[in-house]
Write a protein of this length. Structure first.
Length: 301
């Protein structure tokens, strides 16, 4: 049996939820933080049977004065993941980023479509089906309280996606200060500045696009995921994918209103827990501005 105390485990985990800027943060921290060899290890939810040593080995030998951590956007609403993190890394620092519910769900829907996942053809069909299946879409306050109870409020950093969009450097500084890292200047980071990228569109029904996706899937399954991720950051990839992408129309006011109304109790409780004014998540008068901004400056995962 592996002695977890003898392993060097990461000191923080960004638990999501999905589509709140974790890819951006991962890219910015590369070379500055001890990150795993793949962005999402999925250790605490689907790969736990591989053991703590397998997980620890993913982080390599980063310097002793550099904090280590990972992005786990699928962990946020997963009680089993939360308890496993507590068991394996009792003093772990937790980072959570919240994003306006309707915009986040729409961004997630677009991502699933772009990855050719089996989801409903329409956004309304997607999120209504999820509710009918009992999916926990945006219970932000409910789960935040559970992370607080498990790790203590002082070990949970709460961030808001809007702050990433409006002031990426200040957002990044707050993360670095929390995890105990030297601050990272965005103009010298590997992402080349503070741009927050938009979510991808959906691949058209095109035989060349289909072959491209199948090839990427095959390479990923055979250990070439780091090479794929590197290639996807190049200008050549952007040129190659352009003919195969169709972009979605903006999120409709009607859909946004319905989701916001449904999540209103959670939003108000989140205001209470964090002291953050979330009027713009509730005020219909600001909905178009919110979604236009999200479309222009939407972050990946």
């Amino acid at each position: 049996m592996t002695d977890r105390k003898a392993l060097r485990m990461p000191g923080f985990v960004h638990v999501g939820p999905p589509r709140t800027g974790t890819t951006w943060l991962h890219e910015v921290m590369l070379g500055h933080i001890g990150l795993p060899s793949e962005k999402e290890t999925r250790f605490f939810d689907v790969r736990y049977d591989r053991g703590a040593k397998w997980y620890s080995d993913l982080f390599g030998d980063y310097p002793s004065d550099v904090p280590g951590g990972e992005m786990g956007p699928t962990y946020f609403s997963n009680a089993i993941s939360r308890e496993r993190i507590k068991h394996d890394i009792p003093d772990c620092k937790i980072i959570v980023t919240f994003r306006e519910p309707a915009a986040r769900l729409y961004s997630l829907y677009r991502l699933l479509r772009s990855e050719r996942r089996p989801v409903n053809d329409t956004f309304d069909g997607y999120w209504r089906f999820q509710i009918n299946c009992g999916a926990d879409l945006c219970s932000y306050a409910t789960h935040l309280k559970r992370w607080h109870e498990t790790f203590g409020t002082s070990r949970v950093l709460v961030l808001f996606y809007e702050d990433l969009s409006s002031n990426p450097q200040a957002y990044l500084d707050s993360v670095c200060d929390f995890v105990g890292s030297r601050r990272i200047a965005l103009d010298r980071s590997k992402v080349g500045g503070a741009k927050v990228y938009s979510a991808p569109g959906a691949a058209r029904s095109n035989p060349v696009a289909h072959l491209t996706v199948e090839t990427i899937d095959w390479l990923s399954r055979h250990g070439a995921r780091p090479l794929i991720q590197l290639g996807q950051r190049t200008a050549l990839w952007k040129i190659m994918r352009r003919p195969f992408v169709e972009y979605f129309p903006p999120l409709s006011d009607e859909s946004a209103d319905e989701i916001r109304a449904m999540m209103l109790p959670e939003t108000e409780e989140l205001e209470h827990l964090t002291g953050r004014d979330l009027s713009r998540w509730k005020d219909i008068a600001h909905r178009k501005l919110d979604h236009d901004t999200a479309d222009i400056r939407s972050a990946a995962r």
